[in-house]
Ligand binder design. Structure first.
Ligand SMILES: [Zn+2]
Length: 303
């Protein structure tokens, strides 16, 4: 079995300052609505406010330029062949996905490892798959993730994070305030199999969303407090149920890997939400409804 992720925990403990600054920088994005920048500004905050406004102005200008570029026709091939989930999107949604993908491809720092050259196909496939998760929100492109590291295949890690020990072969990792790491082979396989509930790109970017509040603990943020309270309750119950099922060897819709901790529960639930929405809604109705509220999309209509 390939392990998706696990490093985020001790990385978080080791680099709180870095994580906090990333958190402050992006704390106004649409999936974290309750955090503000402390308006009205007082003098000690003025410098950071000016910096923030300047940063926002440059960002806006940069993104406008990217959006003004036409969608390269050659990219359609990668989208159609590799990102199977987008086959049922409406014309407007395709347009929205193309815009988000253009920005994502241009804005991220892409690095190949073990001699891999990151090709346009790899960038477009990973970007479009990640941006499928953002169709319900405006003006957010996983801004908290600067770098995507791509291995040709699964990669070996020595793990000792309190949850997993020893050498592992991984298909992906998400680092709090740091890069997303992906095995291209596994990323492609996940994107081409759109309905098996397994998608390492969605999985790792779910961790990135989870980390927007400064901690990857499965605690996502909603527009309203009742939804937040309900999320705690639903996840507590669902997580315990999955832990019990894993212990007894009972098969479940959600992958048993979600029983590792609540961060993994959220990541696994997100994979199932996008790839098997009908099954998730049937078996875990409350969880499904909350994820519709969080992502502001209903993947049932893409079935
Ligand atoms: Zn994970």
């Amino acid at each position: 079995m390939q392990i998706h992720v696990g490093l985020e925990y001790y990385y978080h403990h080791a680099s709180t300052a870095g994580a906090a600054s990333e958190y402050a920088q992006f704390s106004s994005h649409p999936l974290l609505p309750s955090v503000a920048f402390g308006f009205p500004p007082t003098d000690p905050h003025l410098c950071s406010l000016v910096r923030h406004q300047l940063f926002g102005w440059f960002r806006k200008r940069r993104l406008k330029k990217i959006l003004a570029q036409p969608w390269p026709e050659k990219w359609d091939l990668h989208l159609n062949r590799n990102v199977r989930l987008c086959q049922k999107l409406s014309q407007n949604e395709i347009q929205a996905l193309q815009d988000r993908t253009k920005i994502f491809v241009a804005e991220k720092n892409w690095e190949g490892l073990e001699g891999l050259d990151v090709t346009v196909e790899m960038k477009v496939t990973i970007a479009a798959q990640a941006c499928m998760m953002l169709l319900g929100v405006d003006d957010f492109y996983f801004d908290n993730v600067k770098t995507i590291l791509v291995f040709p295949d699964t990669f070996r890690r020595e793990a000792n994070d309190g949850v997993t020990f020893g050498a592992q072969h991984r298909s992906g990792e998400a680092w709090l305030g740091g890069p997303i790491v992906l095995s291209w082979r596994d990323a492609l396989r996940g994107c081409r199999n759109e309905d098996d509930g397994s998608n390492v790109v969605i999985h790792e970017f779910a961790h990135a969303l989870d980390g927007l509040d400064g901690f990857m603990g499965g605690n996502i943020t909603f527009d309203d407090q009742p939804s937040h309270d309900q999320w705690d309750k639903v996840v507590d119950h669902g997580y315990q149920e999955l832990v019990a099922a894993k212990k007894s060897g009972r098969r479940t819709l959600l992958d048993h890997y979600g029983a590792t901790n609540k961060a993994e529960y959220f990541a696994v639930a997100t994979e199932t939400f996008f790839e098997q929405p009908g099954k998730l809604r049937k078996k875990h109705h409350d969880l499904y409804s909350l994820l519709v509220k969080y992502f502001k999309v209903n993947p049932m209509k893409w079935q």
